[in-house]
Design a protein around this ligand. Sequence first.
Ligand SMILES: Cc1cc2nc3c(=O)[nH]c(=O)nc-3n(C[C@H](O)[C@H](O)[C@H](O)COP(=O)(O)OP(=O)(O)OC[C@H]3O[C@@H](n4cnc5c(N)ncnc54)[C@H](O)[C@@H]3O)c2cc1C
Length: 294
Amino acid sequence: MKQKRISECIATARRPLLSYEFFPPKSDAGMNTLRQVAESLLPTKPDFVTVTYGAGGTTRSRTLEVCDLLMSMGFDPVMHHLTCVGATRTDLEATVDRLHAHGLRNIMALRGDPPHGDSRFRRPVNGLAHAVELVRLIKQRHPDICCGVAGYPEVHQEALSPESDLLYLKDKTEAGGAFVTTQLFYDNTAYFRFEKQCRDWGIRVPIIPGLLPPNSLGQLQRMAGLCRASLPTALIRALQEAGDDTARAEQVGLEWTMGQIEELLARGVPGVHLYILNRANFALAPALRKCFQR
Ligand SMILES: Cc1cc2nc3c(=O)[nH]c(=O)nc-3n(C[C@H](O)[C@H](O)[C@H](O)COP(=O)(O)OP(=O)(O)OC[C@H]3O[C@@H](n4cnc5c(N)ncnc54)[C@H](O)[C@@H]3O)c2cc1C
């Protein structure tokens, strides 16, 4: 059955949007866990859910498998991420056709990261070099698919400059990217600065902040390193104080992210996208449900 488009959900929403991001597990056991987590999250009525696309190998086909599972459970819309990594234009056309045939009407159009060991991404033979080309490919083939695109409040690691990053983001939205989901950040000033710069550059589409509640100092530092997110001293200190107490560290992370969400919503963001890492603990927190009126 044909799914709703996220652009329409955003346009008609009467309350802030809440969305969750899943990743395709490598094993059948991981799929079972994902199913249980998804089931527990259904009552929180997310406005949409998304499923990431692996850099290569078996998890790629699992993305569609997870999308099918989530659709069969009643999630609508479900968004399939897609990257340009290791694919020719013909491969990508075939994938997009397949997703469309499955009823999917939302694709997060991404370039993908360079393979391990490479500092820069290289266009695959007969493939695409940038996400903007993927947005064009999708929109030309299936104009009824809603494309989301990625934005970087703290600037993409390969960007020539903050200005060029904004220019290319604008290109993605003008090619058909209907909304931007941001890379994770722990300091809201990064989002507010980015949002203002986007508006100054004429980017008009909704910009949904992406948040990952930290659950340990190690995870925080790893993620911040990968995504180049700046780390507020107060957050580091609170996680250091939690030490080996994992429950306390989770609580610290939850309180931090709740603080971010409250401020973001108070300043009128269209919604919040949660990188939940296939775990339900944070998404089920009563404070979160209250914030989103669920
Ligand atoms: C919300 C979100 C979801 C993600 N999901 C996934 C996922 O599921 N799977 C995965 O593998 N990765 C995922 N990523 C990571 C993403 O693939 C990487 O950040 C990747 O390095 C860049 O992807 P992009 O789509 O932003 O690329 P692009 O928009 O192509 O930008 C990449 C770099 O090239 C520059 N650039 C852009 N266009 C041009 C152009 N026309 N000419 C010259 N330079 C240009 C940009 O400034 C930037 O530095 C996600 C990221 C985000 C924020």
